[in-house]
Design a protein around this ligand. Structure first.
Ligand code: SF4
Ligand code: SF4
Length: 109
């Protein structure tokens, strides 16, 4: 059983993975939403959120302190990759584990 994970006191998935997505999700393409200035081109087809292509990883749009209190500065404009991670799913738990945050019930968060 997993705890009810609260993204606003976490942010691990924004500080562990390279957050990449199809280039046209950025707002310099028709219909794109992610601010292009906050992205980096990593291949002809792909961009990633700036700060997630380097170590230590931290998305440039992430505000606050990971594991305590965070917010996404572009929440409504975030990529499909960001939207796809759900609290408690495999990627979420992997990110939290990587940063030493609780992944199971009863062990706090
Ligand atoms: S999806 Fe999981 S790892 Fe990402 S912020 Fe939410 S609780 Fe943390
Ligand atoms: S854009 Fe927002 S949700 Fe996506 S990785 Fe950055 S801080 Fe996290």
């Amino acid at each position: 059983m997993t705890v009810a994970l609260d993204c606003q006191s976490c942010g691990a998935c924004c500080a562990v993975f390279r957050v990449s997505f199809y280039w046209a999700e950025a707002d310099d393409a028709p219909g794109g939403t992610v601010p292009a200035a906050l992205t980096r081109q990593i291949s002809p087809q792909l961009r990633c959120m700036a700060g997630t292509e380097v170590a230590p990883v931290r998305c440039i749009a992430l505000q606050g302190e990971v594991g305590r209190s965070v917010a996404c500065g572009i929440y409504e404009q975030r990529s499909s990759t960001c939207r796809s991670v759900q609290p408690g799913d495999a990627q979420c738990l992997r990110a939290r584990e990587r940063l030493g945050l609780a992944v199971s019930a009863g062990s706090g968060s």
